[in-house]
Design a protein around this ligand. Structure first.
Ligand code: FES
Ligand SMILES: [Fe+2]
Length: 415
């Protein structure tokens, strides 16, 4: 059977009907996936992992996007650096596991050795006829966002300054730079990365899907209030009470809409519902206080950075999610739980109390996303309308996405 022709990306973008989901090809076509990688994932800042994974000089972690493996390490000065995990001799991978520690990066093939600054240490002048200074590892732009490592696969990285200015002071009190990863779960989700992110942008699906999450969470109450003005007074009172508390603690405040700053990232602290000091099954703390906090009940700081990261941070733990697109219909998702670095499992916290809310909620989401991917792949999928009340953040994501695809450079036809 002849392969079907690649779609015309420009025509697909022009054919998008405003205020509704994308057409099928955006979720299924390899050519669109390639465009997503080139125009978004290879241009934007991406979350690679928590900085506390590599607390000491010589610690490193690896991460792969498509065929590109990178190594992110802490150098001798304690700064975070990222390099392509490719030897400058004949291209072997240098670091072959997910994490490790070494004073030098030694290639497993012929033992070319690099410093933690990426510089080649062996002398190549005589035997190879080239100055070793020309054989340093290829570096990636890197930022440490108050304990979260971001990298950019493009040397011409976009300005991260606005994100840093707005996020760092909000995130710092949570002490992610003084944390440890208590637990990690890796998921292979058979869904396009956009389906996963779109699902994250709304809580319309929460009432029928997230029994456990709903009880603690502001979003469901907020959505109810949009439909029932009588609920608004109740919610306003709770928001005012929580915001006063946040102010008294010297924290930022803000409801779900007030911190929308910039087109591709967002940070906002929301209240938890009465009786919940943290996002746990029973509302009670699940780990010791983190960061600068001296008392409980600081709401949850939500941080979203398109295209591959979101996090919820409370006073006792943070739950971070990293998306790694693999193909048009598959994504790897890593969910990480961070607690204070000195907290001891079994004594200060237990996984059976720490994990459930976000483990259940995440897995419920992956199931929804899997079903949606199957549905949108059908020949009978026709994009329906978005709610004007409860899906406007999804619409925002889709508009952002199409803008990214149009990109600063002229569209290259894929067909
Ligand atoms: S490929 Fe690395 S030393 Fe030869
Ligand atoms: Fe969800």
């Amino acid at each position: 059977m002849a392969a079907s022709p690649s779609p015309d990306l420009g025509a697909l973008i022009r054919g998008h009907r405003a205020n509704g989901p994308l057409q099928r090809e955006f979720y299924t076509e390899p050519a669109v996936f390639t465009a997503d990688m080139e125009r978004i994932f290879r241009r934007r800042w991406l979350f690679a992992g928590p900085a506390c994974t590599i607390p000491n000089p010589g610690d490193w972690l690896t991460w792969s996007l498509g065929n590109d493996s990178i190594v992110v390490l802490r150098d001798e000065r304690g700064a975070i650096q990222a390099f392509h995990n490719v030897c400058r001799h004949r291209g072997s991978r240098l670091c072959t596991s997910e994490t490790g520690h070494s004073g030098r990066l030694v290639c497993p093939y012929h033992a070319w050795t690099y410093g933690l600054d990426g510089k080649l240490l062996i002398n190549t002048e005589k035997e190879f006829g080239i100055d070793r200074a020309q054989l340093s590892l290829h570096k990636l732009p890197t930022r440490d966002l108050a304990g979260l490592i971001f990298v950019c696969f493009n040397d011409e990285a976009p300005d991260f300054g606005p994100v840093e200015r707005d996020v760092i002071h909000r995130l710092k009190p949570h002490g992610l730079d003084r944390a440890k990863v208590a637990h990690t779960i890796d998921y292979v989700v058979p869904a396009n990365w956009k389906i996963i992110f779109e699902n994250n942008r709304e809580c319309y699906h929460c009432p029928p899907n997230h029994k456990e999450y709903n009880v603690a969470t502001y979003d469901v109450a907020r959505d109810m209030a949009k439909l029932d003005p009588r609920k608004q007074a109740e919610l306003d009172a709770r928001v005012a009470e929580c915001n006063a508390r946040f102010r008294a603690l010297g924290l930022d405040e803000g409801d779900a809409q007030s911190m929308m700053t910039g087109e591709y990232w967002r940070a906002h602290r929301t209240p938890l519902m009465t009786g919940f000091t943290t996002q746990s099954m029973d509302g009670k703390p699940v780990a010791p206080l983190m960061g600068d906090f001296k008392e409980r009940d600081v709401g949850t700081l939500r941080l979203t950075i398109f295209p591959n990261f979101w996090q919820h941070a409370g006073d006792d733990y943070a739950c971070a999610t990293r998306i790694t697109p693999v193909s048009a219909s598959e994504s790897h998702v890593r969910v990480m739980w961070l607690v204070h670095k000195d907290a001891v499992e079994g004594k200060d916290y237990t996984l059976d109390r720490l994990l459930p809310i976000w483990k259940l909620t995440s897995e419920q989401d992956w199931k929804i996303c899997t079903d949606q991917q199957i549905g949108v792949s059908s020949s009978h999928y026709i994009p329906g309308p978005y709610s004007t009340l409860r899906e406007q953040n999804v619409n925002h994501f889709v508009e952002w996405y199409l803008g990214e695809l149009r990109g600063p450079q002229p569209l290259r036809k894929t067909g």
